[in-house]
Design a protein around this ligand. Structure first.
Ligand SMILES: Nc1ncnc2c1ncn2[C@@H]1O[C@H](COP(=O)(O)OP(=O)(O)O)[C@@H](O)[C@H]1O
Ligand SMILES: [Mg+2]
Length: 263
C-alpha cells in the first residue's frame, strides 16, 4: 500500500452566501504520509475546518481532488464514502459531541456498534482504549459527570476505538485549560506512536503546535508554510524524546502537579 494516506490536489472551496462568494480554500496541495502527527495551524477563518471536512468526506471541494488511502473521493459513491468514514476515519470535534444519555463506555463503543463488531470484541477494545486515554474506572460516568478534559478523552477514545487509519481532530483543545489540553495532545501522540494512527489536527493552540512533528500553516485559504520541527520525526514519533517534558502525560494521568506548560 502506498504510504501516502492523504493527497490533497489543488483544492479550492468557495462557499456561496447569496450573491457573496467566500473563498475558504484557494488552491491547497498537501500530502500526508501514513503515521504522521501533523498540525494544521492558522488563525480563525483561515480554512482549517473546511480542509478537515473535505479530507473527512463531509463536504466536497469546488475544484481539485482529494485521495484518501489511494482512493479518489470524487469517484466514490455515497455508500462508499459512508463506509470510509465509518471504518477508516475517526473524528474529534471541538465541542466533544458526546451523546449525553450514554456513559463513557457506551460513547466510546458507539462507532463499533455501527460497525457491527461482536459484543465481546467491543468490550475488549473499549476497556483498552479508555485505559489508554487515562479513563480507567470512569467507564460508567455520563458526560455531565466528567470534566471537559475527560469528555474530550472519551471523544478521542470513541474516535480511535474502531482502529481508524486517520484521525481528524478539529481544535480538540479549544475548550480545555492549559494543562488538560497539554495532556490530551500527549495522549493523542502516544496513540500515534503506539498504534500508528495518522493524526491531522487543526489548532491555533501553541501547546498543540509545540508538540507537533509537522506544522502546516494556513492563511486566508492557502498554505503559507509546511515545516517539520523540533527534530521530531514526522512518522513514528518517539515518546522517549518527550519523556522528561511530558512524564505526567505519558502515564496517561490527569494527575495534578505543577502546570509544566507554562502558558
Ligand atoms: N458553510 C459556510 N458558508 C459560508 N462561509 C463559510 C462556511 N464555512 C466556513 N465559511 C467561511 O470560510 C472561511 C474559512 O472558514 P473555516 O474553514 O471555518 O476556518 P477555520 O476553521 O480556520 O476558522 C471563513 O471565512 C468562514 O467564514
Ligand atoms: Mg474551524
Amino acid at each position: 500500500m502506498s504510504d501516502v494516506i492523504v493527497h490533497v490536489k489543488n483544492v479550492q472551496k468557495t462557499y456561496k452566501q447569496g450573491s457573496i462568494e467566500v473563498h475558504a480554500l484557494r488552491g491547497v496541495t498537501l500530502e500526508l504520509a501514513r503515521g504522521e502527527f501533523a498540525v494544521l495551524a492558522g488563525s480563525s477563518g483561515s480554512g482549517k475546518t473546511t480542509l478537515l471536512n473535505l479530507v473527512g468526506a463531509l463536504d466536497v471541494p469546488t475544484t481539485g481532488e482529494i485521495d484518501v488511502e489511494g482512493r479518489m473521493l470524487s469517484s466514490m459513491t455515497g455508500k462508499d464514502l459512508a463506509e470510509l468514514r465509518l471504518r477508516r476515519l475517526g473524528f474529534v470535534f471541538q465541542a466533544y459531541n458526546l451523546i449525553p444519555v450514554l456513559s463513557a463506555y457506551e460513547n466510546a463503543e458507539y462507532v463499533m456498534l455501527l460497525q457491527g463488531e461482536p459484543a465481546e470484541k467491543r468490550r475488549e477494545k473499549v476497556m483498552k482504549v479508555l485505559e489508554s486515554v487515562g479513563l480507567k474506572g470512569m467507564e460508567n460516568r455520563r458526560p455531565t459527570e466528567l470534566s471537559g478534559g475527560q469528555q474530550q478523552r472519551v471523544a478521542v477514545a470513541r474516535a480511535i476505538a474502531s482502529e481508524p487509519a486517520l484521525v481528524l481532530a478539529d481544535e480538540p483543545t479549544a475548550n480545555l485549560d492549559s494543562k488538560t489540553g497539554s495532556d490530551l495532545v500527549a495522549t493523542m501522540r502516544k496513540l500515534n506512536e503506539e498504534h500508528g494512527i495518522t493524526f491531522l489536527i487543526s489548532s491555533h493552540d501553541p501547546k498543540v503546535i509545540r508538540h507537533a512533528a509537522r506544522v502546516i500553516r494556513l492563511e486566508d485559504g492557502a498554505i503559507v508554510s509546511d515545516e517539520r520541527q523540533n527534530g521530531k520525526p514526522a512518522v513514528g514519533y518517539n515518546p522517549v524524546d518527550a519523556a522528561t517534558e511530558d512524564s505526567e502525560a505519558w502515564r496517561g494521568g490527569n494527575a495534578d502537579g505543577e502546570d509544566y506548560d507554562g502558558d
